[in-house]
Design a binder for this molecule. Sequence first.
Ligand SMILES: [Zn+2]
Length: 480
Amino acid sequence: MESENDDAKALRQLILATELRLEKLKNELADVERRSSPNRLTEGQDELESLKDSKWPLTPDEYLRYGRQMIVPSIGIQGQLRLHAASVLIVGAGGLGCPAAAYIAGAGVKTLGIVDGDTVEVSNLHRQILHCSSTVGLWKVDSAIHSLKGLNPNVEYRAYREHLSPENAADIVSHYDIVLDCTDHPKSRYLISDICVLLQKPLVSASALRTDGQLMILNYPAAPQGSTSGGPCYRCIFPNPPPANQVVSCGDGGILGPVVGVMGVLQAVEAIKLITAGLKVSHTSDDAELQESKVLPSPSLLLFSANSPSPFRTVRLRQRRPDCFACSAQAGLTPESLTSGSLDYVAFCGSAAPVNILSDEEQISAGQYSELRNGGSKKEHVLLDVREKVQFDICHVDGSINVPFSKLQGNLDTTYPWLPETSPADAPIYVLCRLGNDSQVITKKLKESGLGDNGKRPILDIKGGLRAWKKDVDSSWPEY
Ligand SMILES: [Zn+2]
């Protein structure tokens, strides 16, 4: 199985590399043809040559390509030329970054940089629309840029096959006019916001989980630290990160493809609006023009909720926080503190490490539990599956009882209404979840509640959860 996956991955990489090589050869051929018959200009060259003497600022192809947006009154030729000169950085080539990149590339920016250190997985494809089955296993940035080149070959694409980090952030971000945060973790949100404050870059930030999303334009106008004419930064809105154990990723919490798509598309809308309006960057702390104009955009948070009868809501946000760590006059954030690593974003946001709160005696392996089910000493027991119901409905082990973690974690009903009445008072309870973290928490909680009756009723956690069950017991178990 493993080696088949490796073979498939190697073949996909070879196919993509061959396609890129073919593209390069075609360009080389065009060059050779042009040199061998100087009078016969190739199509692209023809356009470039004609543009030199042309009184028109765009090529004929560009007038055609962007015509439908250029005739929108708020864009016009002025807006198109601003797009033509703009460089945009997208951090994250996932559910937000893919649709955002497609529309921004399609709109005709000059340069589009994409940062992502992950590779494409099958479970990404329902929402990350630039990737496809044939690019599974490749770098997301390579897969995305391959699609984008088909969409608009006129844009200069730059690939960063790495995660944005305090060490590389300034080098990368400094080349761009505007940044889109398309990542999915607080630690990258704080880092991206901080570097945008330091380098005075406007930031379009979005997030999505399950059927909800949110969007903010931050640090716009982009003004120096301490300036009151600048827009708020991420730390102004969220001075403290959420507790690490409450951060739910799309992988754990689930995400509806078009919901994150809506948010990514809205990021593209906002970026295009800012660029075509002429990005406002204030270089002094009391920029006269900005102060005078008094048309500072009022910062707001857009909330999208797919299941709500009115899915879009807007909440007004305050201007910069006077004591903000990043953007205020008393800011502790400096370029040195960011790049030197003295600001530890991982420690600041915490990390939800795998749970390890039980002793070996309080756990049983998936294999041991399976033997116990099938073996001669088949004993009456309770198998408690603490995944959320929606996951339990996808697949569950025969005979298991489902009581979701979210219900058990709150005030525990110590009448244990879920225990079968016929179950003997000493029947062991085995607790199971997806990965073996939540089940440990519940095992501990049930024991502490007295259900174990001082050891008369064993309560054991099935180590490694259903992932271990698939690996050691039932290889046909559907992994989701
Ligand atoms: Zn701030």
